[in-house]
Design a protein around this ligand. Sequence first.
Ligand code: F6R
Length: 244
Amino acid sequence: MACVMKIEITDSYEALSKAAAKKAANYINNNPGTLVCFAAGDTPLGTFKELLLMQKEGNVDLSTVWYVGLDEWVGLGIDDKGSCIKVMHDSLYNYIPKERVRMFNGLADDIQKECSEIYEWIIKHGGIGLSLLGIGRNGHIGFNEPGTPDVEGCFTVELDEVTKSVSKKYFGKERAVTTGITIGWRTLLDSQEVILLACGINKAQIVKKAIEEDCTPDVPASMLQKHSTLTVILDKGAASLLDQ
Ligand code: F6R
């Protein structure tokens, strides 16, 4: 299917967050009962703040949809600063009925079972409705690191060196993370709608590769070009190297 990529360039992080929240709220309002997958990381934090504000003002009811975690650091749990589950609970899921949310447990004894259960949760809810994703400096989405193969479902991935070195910003210290669990890009591509967010000049080069160059699993975010209705929301910094 041909891609109809929509690129929205905003003036600031605040504007990016508002635009993303508006789009996500619109999806949620029009698609109750569907499954939403939000990335953790720094970029969507402003979007979550806006969504909670919109909910307070009666413009969206976040409890009408279901949620699935995108990824997790293996070995980290909800008490660990920087784990995806902690970030997501602190910034959004503490304000949503517990039974609506299923995130990866990075501390599970059986990580393969955890992968299967998350995939079952996705299937049970009819696949992912909306994916709101960030992009790593190496082009990863979720923990689909460069070169992640085209595999349906969820799996463990050996973390890329770039991801390991960037990870310090979440943990506030060095942590020996080596493995991630993630929903695969193939399954993300099956989402009804995909929104990709990027902010800051340090993402400009990878954003250019992801949306203006050929699709390749070496830049996992570029595989999103294959999605039929991809929306990319950028701030000026992240958009600064685009041709148009
Ligand atoms: C986090 C995730 C990652 C981040 C990406 C960008 O759940 O899936 O792929 O979206 O690393 O992170 P930030 O937003 O911190 O630049």
